[in-house]
Design a protein around this ligand. Sequence first.
Ligand SMILES: [Fe+2]
Length: 256
Amino acid sequence: MSRPLRIALITDIHGNLPALESVLTHLASQSIDQIVQLGDAVSGPLWPAETLARLQALNAQHVLGNHDLAVLNPLMAALNPGDAHARKVLDEAQLAFIGTWPKSVLLPQGGFAFHACPRAIDLYLLEQANADQARLRPMAEISAELQDPSCMAARWIACGHSHVQRTVQLPDGRLVINAGSVGLQAYTEPATDLYPAHTHAMGSPHARYSVIEATDSSLTVTQHAVAYDWQAASHRAAAMGRADWARALLTGHGFA
Ligand SMILES: [Fe+2]
């Protein structure tokens, strides 16, 4: 049998350069054929410019996230401190680079990837955010989100956004992978028009990413939790005045 295709899925880096470096080192020994970065790369108080410089030097396919979209727009960026900070420290070439990222990509072996949900760049695909913690949505709701032709034609679908690492098989056999967040393992969102206040927390500070190994007859997903210098990231957040981030980076538990 031929060797499987190996695709590394990294997402929601949120400017956490030491987490990204540890993930790239971890995946370097795995004969990865392609790296796909699924968005929300820079928003937050950590190292947005340094993180984007690392991504500019990386041979990877990039996808736009909701915070990336906000960083590109001065009016939108001003609404969120993390987006505003990233916009302030990125140079014009870096903003232009983000502006080239598509909202979705087709990938080999029947893959299709986007940041959040096909219907909107800031909706959860796999989570029902109506509680203190992220719960898996009913399968019927997830399937209903994945009815457009690109999703229907896919064998496997990859996303990020919720920072909750999961692999879900739909009743029709399609596999949906949330790669987990490289850079921020917990956050609390206040109530919005879309969702009530909610916390998503992985429960440990390790950097998450996923690898899909695809052959013509099988799909295997490995979901990694990688050690990195989370104390350095936490100290950076604290120095930037973000005690909420500092705690979440150090523990992987929610801000509340
Ligand atoms: Fe997002």
